[in-house]
Design a protein around this ligand. Structure first.
Ligand code: 8YV
Length: 333
């Protein structure tokens, strides 16, 4: 029997050691030991020889790049859940299968969302900073560092998929009332379990919430879903949390409304032009109005290993001639 040639797999960023090791056993893998994001030219070069590309959120695989790909490129196995870094429609048109890593980062991302829901109203980052910077702490005082209670408040979740539901489960335990906006209502059983109220109109929901959490994917339909017009509907006491994608919020408009006090605060793990962060938001963070995290929602070792496992399973299944479990189709977006 002729031994099958191992597929050439180009991995654009450094992955956990255990994953890279397994990939080296299974594939003719090209790793990125330096972990420096690849330029468009480097990606184009890699796509000329790769059978499989394993990109991440930091690689923009657009139509221009796909048009330069060699005929042998058959699979883009994204290391990540969101696929807004890939022009899926063009890839599929060119006969390239696209997969992602759903499910395994749900709980970690929901934890980080809950952490931000707590951190902003309870001034966690500000308080923690007092003790490690040169500011003087004069001891406990009845009126110092007062934040706001989250128990009993209304949480409006935008995007009630896996992550939105995992956030709702946590938030329920913290005494928050669950409201949500989604393309469609979730199953009655889930609504019942979460005691969740569905709002078909996002505008109407926004005007009534104390905290809003963005948990939907970034697609053409959700780009600037929270536009300047919609952000203005939020109450001045409202907080906004985003662990999904920066592009879902008009970041400039958000910064303006935070500056003017028309929105009380924000907790952001993602940004519109990553890795650039709007300087206005940085200024607001220094003033204690917002908490900024550098895209850490799924950043646990366990999560990243699970994501890597999913990538390997997708590649193996595809190479064995089967439909990979996490195939993404344009109609799903
Ligand atoms: C990932 C994410 O780490 O999976 C996603 O959609 O947002 C992140 O948490 C990143 O996308 C890896 O490519």
């Amino acid at each position: 029997m002729v031994k099958q040639k191992k597929p050439v797999v180009v991995v654009t960023r450094r992955l956990p050691d255990a994953i890279q090791q397994r990939m080296q056993e299974l594939f003719d893998v090209r790793l990125n030991a330096a972990d420096k994001p690849m330029t468009a030219a480097q990606l184009a070069e890699a796509m000329k020889s790769a059978d499989v590309l394993v990109p991440t959120v930091t690689d923009k695989i657009d139509a221009a790049l796909l048009s330069k790909a060699g005929e042998q490129l058959r699979l883009i196995a994204n290391f990540g859940n969101g696929v807004d870094n890939i022009d899926v429609a063009t890839a599929v048109q060119r006969g390239i299968t696209v997969t992602n890593t759903p499910g395994v980062l749900t709980e970690d991302t929901a934890d980080m969302t809950m952490a931000l829901i707590l951190a902003v109203p309870r001034r966690l980052a500000e308080g923690a900073n007092v003790l490690i910077t040169d500011q003087d702490w004069n001891g406990w005082s009845p009126t110092w560092m007062l934040g706001h209670r989250i128990w009993g408040k209304r949480l409006g979740i935008i995007g009630m998929g896996r992550i939105g539901q995992a956030v709702a489960r946590r938030a329920r335990a913290f005494g928050l009332q669950i409201h949500y906006h989604n393309r469609r209502k979730v199953a009655p059983k889930i609504e019942e379990e979460l005691d969740a109220t569905y709002w078909e109109s996002l505008d109407q929901m926004l005007a009534r919430m104390d905290i809003v959490s963005v948990n939907c994917p970034h697609t053409p339909a959700t780009f600037h879903l929270l536009s300047a017009r919609r952000l203005k509907m939020l109450r001045p006491e409202a907080y906004i949390v985003n662990t999904a994608r920066g592009e879902v919020i008009d970041e400039n408009a958000l910064a303006r409304l935070l500056e003017s006090g028309d929105i009380a605060g924000a907790g952001l793990d993602v940004f519109e032009h990553e890795p650039a962060v709007n300087p206005k938001l940085v200024k607001l963070a220094k003033a204690g109005k917002v908490v900024l995290l550098p895209h850490m929602g799924s950043a646990t070792l366990e999560g990243r290993v699970d994501m890597g496992e999913k990538v390997i399973i997708n590649i193996k299944t595809f190479m064995d001639g089967h439909r990979p479990p996490d195939r993404v189709l344009p109609s799903m977006l």
